[in-house]
Design a protein around this ligand. Structure first.
Ligand code: GDP
Length: 479
């Protein structure tokens, strides 16, 4: 856990553990240059700003040479942390790196806590809280798309998106305050209708940003697709087809029902967990029943389900059974695979099959019924690739509410940000009621200040220390 902020000099290895080509030790704080100069033979006591210089690191005890690191000084305030920073690029030998940190600590530096460099950057005004969170997201990114979104937020896109609302609030507050303070002078007090419409504008603006979290969350956390279908209908083939673009990028996603996840990959740059539903079958065995129930639960929890059928064999009784089981669980995609072969099923015949489970609605059009059932069909061939692009797009559009959003990271991606905006919205709703009721401006102002404070929490303009501790402790050491 993060300890309270102090002004000392901190040190950490900023590269991952293990052997590597190079490994970087980073120092930040008032004594960074001095400590580095005690350990490393520099050509001059103070190196030039931001210029990497080849130096010598010898064991302070024996004087024997250990490495020849490339050392860079960054003078405050134009460094990552806003303090004096030294980056020492050694050969990536863990013994050397650890020893160097030890030597720095022996000379008065303190081993940095996780995220402490970035926390200092935040406390020194080098970045706001949403930018600091974006640094973490960039490091944690599993797909290039996630990295792009994080990079955009690192440049301040989240704060920029709430700035107009904040400015409007400040402006309204200032006018109301003036109306109060100078009540005896002749400052005009804004008409109620005008106040009401200004508050409504801010509410609408912030609601849009709050809603963007639905998409942002999926960009951040990914989504899951449960795959069902009889053996040999082409499930594996279809999946290989779907994921062949960038499947290698994604690594294990923590916190999922591991035993059911057969694969993780990415679709359109969004992490995708693939759930295998092979375990779902009729059984009389008590133990197996428990397994089936757990599988069903996981399938129900998935963002989206896909039933694969083989159109060259038509719609079989088993397809019908699987459909009946998973259709009630939520949005379902029916992939009509092997469209390259002679089909034993027409779209119209499939329509009738999908309807048989719901005879009540006989007579309604296919379109209406599938909408009501939240079932979509796509004809594809995993063999030829025909229809696969359409399937990919369909999966993305059903699983993610991103259709209405630009894909360039114009959304908030974490719950803390969402909660801050929700508190602002709550306060604004109160302000709106106060306006409708023509409450005294003093009362209205209390709500408006609450809304403003919530937006300050978002960017970190006002934040209590334990919240900072929580955020920065989720970083890695050395960042
Ligand atoms: P799974 O058991 O559902 O995972 O099915 P597989 O992906 O292993 O495929 C079963 C067989 O169907 C394999 O021989 C595939 O080559 C073949 N297959 C898969 N998709 C298609 C397709 O779109 N067209 C044709 N003609 N064959 C396919």
């Amino acid at each position: 856990m993060l300890i309270a902020f102090d002004e000392g000099t901190i040190v950490a290895i900023s590269t991952p553990p293990g052997r590597s080509g190079i490994g970087v030790v980073r120092l930040s704080g008032p004594r960074a240059f001095e400590i580095a100069a005690q350990l490393i033979r520099l050509p001059q006591p103070l190196l030039e700003d931001r210029r990497a210089t080849l130096c010598e690191f010898s064991d302070p005890r024996s004087g024997l040479g250990l490495d020849c690191p490339l050392v860079t000084f960054f003078y405050k305030p134009h460094s990552y942390t806003g303090e004096d920073v030294v980056e020492i690029s050694c050969h990536g030998a863990p013994v050397i790196l650890n020893y160097m940190v030890e030597c720095c600590v022996a000379r008065g530096a303190r081993a940095a806590e996780p995220g402490e460099f970035t926390m200092r950057a935040f406390l020194n005004g080098r970045m706001d809280l949403t930018q600091a969170e974006a640094v973490r997201d960039l490091i944690d990114a599993r797909t290039l798309f996630q990295a792009r979104v994080a990079a955009q937020q690192m440049s301040g896109s989240v704060s920029a998106s709430v700035r107009p609302s904040k400015d409007a609030l400040v402006d309204l507050i200032a006018r109301l305050e003036a109306g109060i303070d100078f009540a005896e002078d002749d400052v005009p007090v804004s008409a109620w209708a005008e106040i009401e419409s200004e508050i409504a504008d801010v509410l609408a603006e912030l609601s849009g940003i709050a809603r963007s979290y639905e998409a942002g969350r999926i960009v951040h956390e990914g989504f899951s697709l449960a795959l069902a279908g009889r053996p040999n209908v082409g499930k594996s083939s279809l999946f290989n087809r779907l994921l062949n673009e960038d499947r290698a990028i994604v690594t294990e996603i923590p916190g999922t029902t591991r035993d059911l996840v057969s694969e993780t990959a990415s679709l359109g740059g969004i992490p995708l967990r693939l759930l295998d539903t092979a375990g779902i079958r009729e059984t009389l065995d008590r133990i197996e029943k428990i397994g089936v129930e757990r599988s069903l639960q996981a399938v129900a929890d998935a963002t989206l389900r896909m039933l694969v059928i083989d159109v060259s064999e038509g719609w079989t009784a088993e397809d019908g059974r699987l459909f009946a089981k998973i259709q009630p669980l939520g949005p379902l995609l029916v992939a009509c695979n092997k469209a390259d072969l002679r089909p034993r099923l027409t779209p119209e015949a499939l329509e009738r099959e999908l309807l048989t489970g719901d005879r009540e609605s006989g007579g309604t059009s296919y379109e209406t019924v599938t909408t009501a059932l939240a079932v979509e069909t796509v004809w594809v061939s995993a063999l030829t690739g025909e229809g696969v692009a359409g399937l990919r797009a369909k999966i993305l559009s059903l699983a993610t509410p991103m259709r209405d959003l630009n894909a360039d990271g114009d959304f908030i991606t974490n719950l803390r940000q969402r909660q801050a905006i929700d508190s602002a919205l709550e306060a604004l709703a109160k302000a709106q009621r106060a306006t409708t009721d023509h409450m005294p401006h003093e009362m209205l102002l209390l709500d408006l200040y609450d809304a403003l404070r919530a937006l300050d929490v978002l960017t970190g303009a006002t934040t209590v220390e334990d919240v900072l501790g929580k955020i920065f402790s989720t970083f890695c050491v050395g960042k």
